[in-house]
Design a binder for this molecule. Structure first.
Ligand code: SF4
Ligand code: SF4
Length: 406
């Protein structure tokens, strides 16, 4: 495993970090045993940076990481977690959150404490007025927090303004070859580099979009240039090619993914891509951008929808449809969104209440896009057909119940 130096304090950090937002799951819930085993295996192969957040898994992911590290592993790794400013209006709430996070993580210090989804200078100013940074600095002086930073999902101008607003110890941005010119952008990354701020990258595979169901033209372009590199390897190498990237977080779900990422992270050095490789990325980007309908990364910050819509699930289907250029697979959409379950999540269930939109880091017009999904994936007869299928299923189940109980 290659390491990269934190430009602020010279400490070596593993180039690959473990993103603990999406941990291995079984039947819709985190598979605690598998997740803990995978987290421990990652440490054994050299991963020493683990990123989580107060809100991930409604708090369960911090607890799980704490359990996985208990028994002597804590001091072998760096823990990064996040304070959600959108849930606090008073400093006391932040104090309670930090105490909760330390307890969940079974530790008395955090290597990195990030203000989660800091959007712009106005939000920063509100937190300054609240006394948040003064308090964080006191935590740093006491050794409870070792680095103060922020995670970011806004636009380039806000990012650059925020970089200059405070002597940050670290920042975390969404960055991948498809987002080179969106959100913080390459120039924002380079500004952080010039300011000597380490940069942690999240969404390196854009929530799986840069790996799954790629158009055949993209797979061909990759294969012709490097037959032995997978799409994930291309995406990760693009990041590690850039010297300003300190740690790349990957939300690994299996031993195979971990092994592949570690192999790449043991070889991908800054400046290792060739001009020919870079041209392949330009071609691939053109193809993908032309086919991406909704720039959803499946982060699920917009969830839960009070009316049950599975927002990222809806966008995943419409994006797959546009990427592959096929016909809408309404059966697959219906099944995946729980047509026959107690809680379906169709796009057409959206009441346009708007509660989700302010939470979306990609600033997606969710209501408008869901209307498009309903039009493309459902059509006028979809709901009546699903309702009939549900009735049939229900009566079948009841019949079976009658037969069983005689
Ligand atoms: S706008 Fe639609 S999808 Fe968003 S929270 Fe409201 S009902 Fe759910
Ligand atoms: S709609 Fe936005 S908040 Fe919701 S999953 Fe997609 S990117 Fe995340």
């Amino acid at each position: 495993m290659l390491t990269r130096q934190d430009p602020k304090n010279g400490e070596a950090l593993s180039a690959l970090g473990f993103g603990c937002m999406r941990l291995p799951a079984k039947q819709g819930a985190t598979d605690d045993e598998k997740a803990a085993a995978l987290l421990r295996s990652a440490i054994e192969v050299g991963v020493d940076y683990f990123d989580t957040a107060f809100v991930y898994g409604m708090g369960r992911n911090e607890t799980l990481l704490g359990k996985a590290l208990a028994g002597g592993l804590r001091d072998r790794v760096k823990i990064a977690t996040k304070l959600p400013p959108y849930l606090i209006s008073k400093l006391d709430a932040a104090k309670k959150m930090l105490a909760t996070e330390l307890a969940r993580l079974q530790t008395d210090y955090l290597d990195v404490y990030l203000v989660h989804m800091l959007m712009d200078k106005a939000m920063f100013d509100r937190l300054v007025a609240m006394g948040l940074f003064e308090w964080l600095e006191a935590q740093k002086a006491a050794g409870v927090v070792r680095r103060i930073g922020f995670s970011f999902h806004g636009g380039k101008a806000d990012f650059e303004e925020l970089l200059h607003a405070y002597p940050w110890d670290i920042v975390q941005i969404q960055y991948n070859y498809l987002d080179e010119n969106s959100q913080a952008t390459r120039s924002g990354l380079q500004l952080a580099g010039r300011l000597g701020i380490p940069v942690v990258v999240m969404e390196p595979l854009r929530g799986g979009q840069l790996v799954a169901d790629l158009p055949p033209e993209v797979e061909k372009a990759f294969r012709e240039a490097h037959p032995d590199w997978s799409p994930a390897e291309w995406a990760l190498r693009w990041l590690w090619d850039q010297p300003e990237v300190t740690v790349v977080l990957s939300g690994m779900g299996s031993d195979e993914q971990l092994a592949e990422n570690v192999r790449i992270a043991s070889d991908a050095r800054p400046g290792s891509l060739t001009d020919a490789d870079r041209q392949v990325f330009e071609r691939v980007k053109e193809i993908l951008l032309a086919k991406t309908k909704v720039p959803c990364t499946a982060c699920a910050y917009c969830m839960p929808c009070p009316y049950g819509v599975d927002i990222p699930g809806c966008f995943q289907h419409v994006n797959e449809l546009h990427r592959t250029g096929g016909k809408a697979n309404r059966m697959k959409y219906a099944q995946a969104l729980g047509a026959l379950s107690a809680r379906p999540g169709f796009a057409s269930m959206c009441t346009e209440c708007g509660k989700c939109e302010t939470k979306c880091p990609q600033k997606i017009e969710i209501r408008k896009e869901l209307k498009g999904v309903a039009k493309e994936m459902e059509g006028p007869l979809f709901r009546p057909i699903v309702n009939v299928a549900r009735l049939v299923m229900k009566s079948g189940t009841m019949k079976k119940g009658v037969e069983k109980h005689g």
